[in-house]
Design a protein around this ligand. Structure first.
Ligand code: FES
Ligand code: MG
Length: 573
């Protein structure tokens, strides 16, 4: 019945006793052929398909193509669902569930007879959650993304996911657009299966996976509905079987070099700030020393080569037709560690050898970048002792060095109540400060850091101001926005002590974020400070608040750092 095999799945399916009977017999109720239990690699297809996660709703069909590849290579494919979180639907913020999703992945992988896994992900948080969970088990692993939607088209114009929503909302409010037209725009923006086709967090994290070598080339780019996406899924299914036979575990792919390459590529694509917390959390699961300092050291001077919304003009379809991420990485090769191993079995440089750029307007050459600095800059100072981040390519050059008077909002409800008050004492030189929007404070660190400017200043034509918070912001947003301030205000970080009228100094080049208030005065304020009442006293919200680490540690749970490997748990009968 059983070939000689060291695969962990044989401890379920390979024993000639009652335990093997339990495992095989009940599986056979699905019509599975007997030879599937002969010791061949069992490949989990970890699926975040859900109709409430619209960017991943097509992944059920994509899984069939993965299965085809697994079968062709002589493996036994078994698809299973995990929790899925849809960015535009989930409240209070999809981020609060990233760690819960990762726990689902980790526990399901370890508790079942899998020898390798294909991760099917798409929407923002699903990709990091699956990578984090899989990392803590460390089976051979391949990421297959759902792929971006087709470009939005509305009234003869390109429409990028998320980018035009605010503008259309304003036009609806002022009567420039009817409700019927507004609803037409909704349909035009999201007109096919797939994830956001701007360089939001979904495209960023798919690109990070490919840059780390955890996905086949072109994983980030092929449109969701392009038949080549199905081929990539099938090829991934074939490849994972070989990886199991060759024992290429995830930790052999996601190394320090792979993470460093991801930082460089994030700069080259003008990627989302969210990649900072996700990759730090992933590194933590693998025991790799990787921190904000690595982002600062490697990322901040990388030129942005990609002319893609929100930094530029084009969308993911054009990026693919121009040669995709491989073409861009080939241009960035002088900054990359080309000898990093990838899931193809070849090195990154070997994968890139045949890559070609077909449109230098979309993918710029190194000597003609879209922006000289595409990466993420890290800020430190007495306002952010454990760091904060800013995306210089999304900021206004004239505000990168700025000293201004703080206008403080204690929470998002406070912000919403007062930001448009005509009597609010604010001008464009002020610094907007938002508290209680961090991992513990909101909780879940939502994407509210790019606060809308006061209406009276918008009417004056002001389009950017320095904004500081412990929140995140969407990959599709921009502005001179300081994010991820750590420690956050809700745990008593210095952000909690800022008061209206304090002077704040930002110097992006110097990496400095300074609150111009004496240490003595801050000590007095700290002594009078009381922690806000927690938002949850039970359930997952309570677990989150009690265990979550700060942004500089990736917002993972302290108890989830590291891994427990792929050891086979004790039998239940
Ligand atoms: Fe799902 Fe953008 S909302 S990818
Ligand atoms: Mg997003």
């Amino acid at each position: 019945m059983v070939k000689t095999s060291k695969l962990r799945s044989t401890q379920w399916f390979g024993t000639p006793d009652k335990y093997g009977f339990y495992a095989r017999s009940w599986m056979k109720n699905q019509g599975i052929l007997p030879e599937m239990f002969d010791g061949r690699p069992v490949i989990g297809i970890c699926n975040t398909w859900s109709e409430m996660s619209p960017c991943n709703a097509h992944l059920r069909a994509l899984a069939e193509h993965v299965k085809k590849g697994v079968l062709l290579a002589g493996g036994f494919p078994v698809e299973f669902p995990v929790m899925s979180v849809g960015e535009p639907i989930t409240r209070p913020t999809a981020m609060i569930y990233r760690n819960l999703m990762s726990m689902d992945v980790e526990e399901t992988l370890r508790a079942n007879p899998f020898d390798g896994v294909v991760l099917l992900a798409g929407c923002d948080k699903t990709t990091p959650a699956l990578m984090m969970g899989a990392a803590s088990v460390d089976l051979p692993t391949i990421l297959v993304s759902g792929g971006p939607m087709l470009n939005g088209r509305f009234r003869g114009k390109q429409l990028g996911s998320g980018t035009d929503v605010i503008r259309y909302d304003e036009m609806l409010q002022t009567g420039e657009m009817s409700l019927a037209e507004f609803q037409d725009a909704e349909a035009a923006m999201s007109r096919s299966a797939g994830s956001c086709m701007t360089m939001g967090t979904a495209s960023t994290m798919a690109s990070m996976g490919e840059a780390m070598g955890l996905a086949l080339p072109q994983n980030a780019n092929i449109p969701a509905v392009d038949s080549r996406r199905a081929v990539l899924a099938a090829e991934s299914g074939k490849r994972i079987v070989d990886m199991v036979l060759q024992d290429v575990k995830m930790s052999k792919i996601v190394t320090k070099a792979a993470l460093e390459n991801a930082v460089v590529v994030n700069g080259g694509i003008g990627g989302s700030t969210n990649a900072v917390v996700h990759l730090i959390a992933l590194a933590g699961r693998l025991g790799i020393d990787f921190s904000l300092d690595d982002w600062d050291r490697l990322g901040k001077d990388i030129p942005c080569l990609l002319d893609l919304m929100p930094s530029g003009r084009f969308l993911m379809e054009e990026f693919y037709y121009a040669g995709g991420l491989p073409a861009l990485m080939k241009e960035l090769l002088p900054y990359l560690q080309g000898d990093a191993l990838t899931v193809t079995g070849n090195t990154l440089a070997e994968n890139l050898a045949a890559a070609e750029c077909f449109d230098t307007e979309v993918i710029r050459p190194l000597d003609r970048p879209l922006k000289p600095r595409g990466g993420i800059a890290v800020l430190r100072g007495n306002l952010a002792p454990d760091g904060a981040v800013i995306k210089p390519s999304a900021a206004s050059p004239e505000l990168m060095q700025h000293r201004g008077r703080a206008v403080v909002f204690e929470s998002m409800p406070d912000f919403k109540a007062r930001i448009d008050d005509p009597d609010l004492d604010v001008d464009e030189s002020c610094v907007l400060v938002l508290k209680s929007a961090g991992p513990v404070g909101y909780p879940g660190m939502p994407e509210v850091g790019n606060m809308t400017l006061p209406r009276k200043l918008l009417l004056k034509g002001v389009r950017d101001m320095v904004r500081i918070s412990d929140a995140r912001m969407s990959g599709t947003a921009f502005g001179t926005v300081v994010l991820h301030v750590a420690p956050e205000s809700a745990v008593g970080g210095p952000l909690a002590l800022v008061r209206d009228g304090d002077m704040i100094e930002l110097d992006v080049d110097a990496g400095r974020l300074h609150l111009d208030v004496s240490a003595e005065e801050l000590a007095i304020r700290k002594a009078a400070w009381a922690a806000p009442k927690p938002h949850y006293d039970r359930g997952y919200g309570r677990i989150f608040i009690d265990n979550v680490m700060q942004a500089d540690k990736g917002v993972d749970f302290d108890v989830l750092v590291g891994g427990s490997g792929d050891g086979v748990p004790a039998k239940s009968v």
